[in-house]
Design a protein around this ligand. Structure first.
Ligand code: SF4
Length: 408
């Protein structure tokens, strides 16, 4: 089960293995020695989790009582499309007997993945068309996306980048990323770089730090975001060694991906607390998934739980029309309806924006219910979450400063 990638990870992290499992307390040396005796790696070690990740239909069937549909879907995934990969940690969150378990639906393939419906796209965000240098995508003037690896701890069945994740390339070498760094240095308007993949935290700490240090040499880059699902699927990855190695490169933001309250485990809480305590703002992007989290009560529980951990619910994302994922996608109206239920009932710091990333890479737009009932010069009638209609009156002459083309 050990792959070349995990062997590489092991080699790269050999010197810091003890620190990977060490509690994050003063007095522990960054390399984990000499004050701490080495213990054999076990489930609390992230490299152990990667080495023991389940990658086959038979592996899933050993832990879960698979339905015929799941078994056929898993066999198909082994041969075509998005491969299987589930860490033992995430697998044990699955209900063994219930195929509608919200965790199981996210990581166990279904035969539905072979279905292609109208509107499905292999690359729904047009990332290949917006590639400005190898592995670098720019869809907005001030930010860019650096795809540094194709590996993840778990391959999510709704993945927007299913066209490329797990395709065998592994981590991209610094040499191969060099044209991307050159482009960024030549384009100072790019101030925010999102390091993604795959999952950048599936790389060894050493390699990750080298990529970030290289980005930090480019003075115009102000913020770096790490797009990672490891706090959810591999929380053991958020080690003391990792946060200490990354901290000198702040401001670093962590963008993660909790989708269901079942993912709010003590291990995940520890990972998020460690990140926040070390100065990493943690933002969460929940994907709205049919049959998994597409109801207001489930999302309210999730968002309130995240806020208790100091993780900001940032986006609720309408699923991208990725080929082979229509069985997990909701109608757009469902998300709008959910936002209407949450608005006014959920504290503002727990309420994300509902976002549609328009197909073809045309950019993200916020969506939601309309609260404007009517408008006449100087007076807008709005409806509150209580259903009450109220007139908002502009100050005299203020309308003159608004271009006539701006409609409410
Ligand atoms: S962790 Fe992110 S990139 Fe990897 S499979 Fe899941 S959604 Fe896709």
């Amino acid at each position: 089960m050990e792959t070349a990638e995990t062997e590489g990870l092991l080699a790269a992290s050999k010197l810091v293995r003890a620190a990977d499992t060490a509690p994050d307390v003063p007095g522990i040396a960054p390399n984990g020695s000499p004050r701490r005796s080495k213990r054999p790696a076990g489930p609390r070690d992230w490299t152990w989790q990667l080495r023991h990740a389940v990658t086959t239909a038979e592996g899933l069937a050993k832990t879960l009582s698979l339905t015929p549909d799941e078994l056929a879907g898993a066999r198909r995934a082994e041969e075509a499309g998005l491969p299987i990969r589930v860490t033992p940690y995430y697998l044990q969150l699955c209900d063994r007997d219930d195929p509608t378990c919200p965790i199981r639906l996210q990581c166990v393939p279904r035969l539905d993945e072979s279905a292609v419906v109208e509107g499905d796209l292999a690359d729904p965000l047009g990332e290949e068309a917006h590639e400005v240098a190898p592995h670098l995508v720019q869809r907005y003037p001030d930010r860019a996306l650096l795809l540094a690896t194709d590996r993840c701890a778990v391959y999510c069945r709704f993945c927007t980048r299913s066209r490329m994740v797990g395709d065998g390339g592994g981590s991209v070498s610094l040499d191969k990323l060099d044209p991307a760094f050159t482009y960024l240095a030549a384009h100072p308007e790019v101030r925010d770089v999102i390091l993604s993949g795959g999952d950048p935290l599936s790389m060894s700490t050493d390699r990750l730090v080298r990529v970030i240090a290289r980005l930090r040499e480019i003075e115009s880059i102000e913020t770096i975001r790490l797009a990672t699902r490891t706090p959810v699927t591999l929380p053991q990855r958020i080690t003391g060694e990792l946060v200490r190695a990354l901290k000198p490169h702040h401001p670093l933001w962590v963008m993660t991906h909790f989708n269901h309250p079942k993912e709010l485990t003590p291990e995940a809480e520890r990972a998020c607390r460690r990140l926040v305590d070390h100065g990493f703002p943690v933002m969460n992007q929940t994907v709205l998934l049919r049959g998994i989290n597409d109801d207001a009560a489930t999302l309210e529980t999730l968002f309130r739980g995240l806020v208790r951990w100091r993780v900001r619910p940032y986006y609720l994302l309408q699923m991208d029309p990725v080929r082979g994922t229509s069985h997990l996608r909701t109608a757009l109206a469902r998300g709008i309806q959910i936002m209407e239920r949450l608005q006014g009932h959920l504290t503002g710091i727990a309420l994300p924006k509902f976002i549609v990333d328009t197909p073809g890479g045309m950019g993200k737009i916020p969506m939601g219910p309309s609260y404007v009932v009517s408008h006449r010069p100087g007076v807008t009638r709005v409806r509150t979450h209580r259903g009450v209609e109220v007139d908002y009156v502009d100050p005299p002459d203020a309308s003159a400063s608004v271009p006539a083309s701006t409609s409410i």
